[in-house]
Design a protein around this ligand. Structure first.
Ligand code: NIG
Ligand code: FE
Length: 410
């Protein structure tokens, strides 16, 4: 079917409508013009939707969830860092590789050398892998250009990916990711450039939906990040933060102070930082792919997040250095096995809470009026969805009421 109208019958619906994962057995869901118009029991479907019955799909009891939302990726880049994978296997640390000129800067060199079309071509298969696995909205960060032209090129490519694939893409200007070689001896100069040139150019061109930074011992200090966030506030653009991934830098509290949409990683965040996030309504985005890849041992403070009622999201962090992971379903599995999330928390983390981490109120749940983004899975329960480690499980993926696959074809 390639129309923006449709009807699904006899599904096990995980609507997430009240934020919980209770299933509606033998449920029906109708959509018109890309929006959900009715959700309820199959037997209660009003006559007003009879015109959709001819083309209805019988889900035969399969689980149906909202389209998954990957709320933290670095999907646009050139090259790979497989060599660093081998170096780490031989015992070198991520931090040591980064300070020796590898790490993020290795990808910056490859990304600057690639043209915009080559960046798009490299990113498309990664995005398609996510889509095939149930993702209908994707966040993509810049941060591998570290000069004006390449940062803007990355954001344009991210927008083109959304148009090409027929899915929602949110773009984030990752303005403080690493110090570019041109500014190796002028940290302040780079932060000035990020605040006074990069940020206005990206927002002025309508290319960025949010601004992000990497607050870490090997990256940028809280004082430097604060300057960027003050500038972001002046431009009226939302902020997000790579916070407390490898050390406790006070990143969670800093993000909360600026009302960040999310603080991401947060393995080392302390209780005060988490309490500040709860008060600010910032989402905790957990990134188990990076934790796994780097062989980290410090888990995010899950008990404190739960006790404080901080919304928890889960994302792939798809990037060439620390998380070469193009499956959000596997990220959900890792979040459960490594961080001890429940399967229900993992599903909330890739739907309703992920939408919130992107500031999107029109998706992440199955309810009338929201976008018709949904996935029909070849499983019967949320636990089964999360427990399979690999292998295809998405039977149909529908974004904006249209079947992906037909849209996603080259
Ligand atoms: O989210 N933390 C910084 N950025 C990425 C890693 C980027 C890289 O190593 O290329 C992350 O883990
Ligand atoms: Fe990241």
């Amino acid at each position: 079917m390639n129309t923006a109208c449709g009807l699904l019958l006899h599904a096990r619906l995980a609507t997430l409508a009240d934020g919980d994962c209770d299933l509606l057995d033998d449920g029906a869901l109708a959509w018109r013009d890309g929006r959900i118009v009715w959700v309820g029991a199959s037997r209660d479907l009003p006559r007003a939707f009879d015109d959709l019955r001819d083309s209805a799909t019988d889900a035969r009891g399969a689980l149906v969830t909202p389209g998954l939302i990957d709320c933290h990726t670095h999907l646009v880049f050139a090259g790979s860092r497989a060599d660093e994978f081998e170096r780490r296997l031989r015992g070198e640390s991520y931090a040591a590789i980064a300070t020796s000129g590898g790490g993020i800067l290795a990808t910056v060199r490859a990304t600057r050398a690639a043209g915009e079309d080559a960046l798009l071509a490299a990113a498309l298969p990664r995005a398609r892998a996510l889509l095939a696995d149930g993702v209908t909205t994707l966040e993509i960060k810049s941060g591998y250009g570290l000069d004006l032209a390449t940062e803007l090129a990355m954001l344009r490519v991210a927008r083109r990916l959304g148009e090409t694939l027929g899915i929602g893409v949110r773009t984030t200007l990752l303005a403080l990711h690493a110090l570019p070689p041109e500014y190796a001896h002028d940290r302040d100069g780079w932060v000035d450039f990020a605040c006074n040139s990069l940020l206005p150019a990206a927002t002025g061109a309508g290319l960025a939906d949010a601004v992000d930074a990497f607050c870490e011992g090997i990256a940028f200090t809280p004082t430097e990040v604060r300057r960027l966030f003050v500038a972001a506030r002046r431009h009226g653009i939302a902020v997000k933060l790579h916070a407390d991934q490898l050390t406790d830098c006070g990143g969670a509290a800093l993000a909360a102070e600026f009302g960040a949409l999310s603080a991401d990683h947060i393995e080392y965040s302390d209780a005060a930082g988490i309490a500040a996030m709860a008060a600010a309504g910032s989402v905790a985005v957990l990134l188990p792919g990076a934790f796994y890849t780097l062989g980290e041992t410090r888990r995010p403070p899950l008990a404190t997040l739960r006790a404080q009622g901080v919304p928890i999201a889960v994302a792939t962090d798809l990037n060439p250095g620390t998380s070469p992971l193009a499956s959000l379903r596997l990220a959900m599995n890792l979040a459960c096995t490594l961080f001890r999330l429940t399967p229900d928390e993992a599903l909330r983390g890739t739907t309703v809470n992920a939408a919130r981490a992107l500031g999107l109120g029109d998706r992440g749940r199955l309810a009338s009026g929201l976008r018709a983004d949904l996935v029909l899975w070849d499983v019967e329960s949320v636990a089964e969805l999360v427990y399979w480690i690999a292998g295809p499980r998405a039977r149909r993926v529908i974004a904006g009421g249209r079947e992906l696959g037909s849209n996603a074809a080259p």
